[in-house]
Design a protein around this ligand. Structure first.
Ligand code: GLP
Length: 258
């Protein structure tokens, strides 16, 4: 098992280190007849990574990508739907082929069926090679809230009030934040060959410590990281403040060994 945890001294360096990890794994995954598969996360934490990848877009291989999650009930084209966020923050700046990027269909007539089809599409693409992740301050991964089964698959979930409040900053009022979402399950995420988690800010410190050094439990969905064979964790601005010092290796980050 490889769990590498690094404290980045700045958001730029967080983004560069994450880009090194992602690019290395995408290149390792290149095989004749199959495109490497990137797992995309939304939220503010991966933005320094996407900015670094946009600067280094000539290093990106041709790839396929699958987003983690989508709100239910937003009209098509809503600027805060994850389909739009992914288009704006990832597909366009990185110069990706929009036809090769999938986002769960939050407007499907039967979203549970759409979830099962989404898992099947990931499997048909050969699985995710490197999955980018953020973490909620309650320890959620994608929209897998506390209590999610560790082997859950892509499905409809109800958002907690704390998640709706955290995401209300993107909407004009709390009422506008959807109550449900279609999210890859913890089992779906765990099946990715490698995971790269980014967390920024002291508001994530407790969740990061619970995920990486507490018990592995559905109450802390991100604690499944402890069971995965290839995890890179990149932290900045106090997100690592509650971790045991022996877990951290800032020297590795400085030397670019991620
Ligand atoms: C949302 C997303 C998650 C993300 C989390 C944290 O709930 N569904 O995928 O990790 O927010 O977001 P941020 O990185 O903006 O703190």
């Amino acid at each position: 098992m490889t769990l590498q945890i690094h404290l980045a001294p700045s958001l730029d360096e967080l983004g560069e280190a994450a880009a090194n990890a992602v690019l290395a794994r995408l290149h390792d995954a290149m095989r004749p007849g199959r495109l490497p598969v990137l797992g995309i996360a939304t939220g503010s934490s991966p933005l320094p990574l996407y900015q670094a990848l946009a600067r280094r877009r000539d290093e990106l291989p041709q790839l396929r990508a699958f987003a983690l999650d989508e709100y239910l009930g937003l009209p098509a084209g809503h600027p805060e739907s994850y389909a739009e966020v992914v288009r704006r923050e990832v597909v366009e700046p990185l110069g990706l082929d929009g036809e090769c990027i999938a986002v769960p269909d939050g407007a499907a007539a039967d979203p549970e069926h759409a979830g099962a089809e989404y898992d099947a599409a990931i499997a048909a693409a050969g699985g995710v090679d490197v999955q980018i992740l953020g973490i909620g301050s309650n320890g959620h991964l994608a929209f897998n809230e506390p209590g999610s089964a560790l082997d859950s698959r892509t499905r409809v979930v109800q958002l907690t009030e704390s998640t709706r409040q955290a995401n209300a900053r993107f909407f004009s009022s709390l009422q506008e934040v959807p109550t449900h979402a279609l999210t890859q399950g913890l089992g779906t995420i765990f099946a990715a060959r490698s995971l790269v988690l980014l967390a920024i800010g002291a508001s994530k410190a407790q969740a990061v410590a619970a995920a990486l050094q507490g018990p592995v439990t559905p109450e802390v969905p991100a604690s499944i990281l402890q069971l995965h064979p290839d995890v890179t964790v990149l932290l900045a601005d106090g997100a690592g403040a509650e971790l045991s010092p022996e877990l951290l290796d800032p020297e590795l980050l400085k030397s670019g060994t991620v």
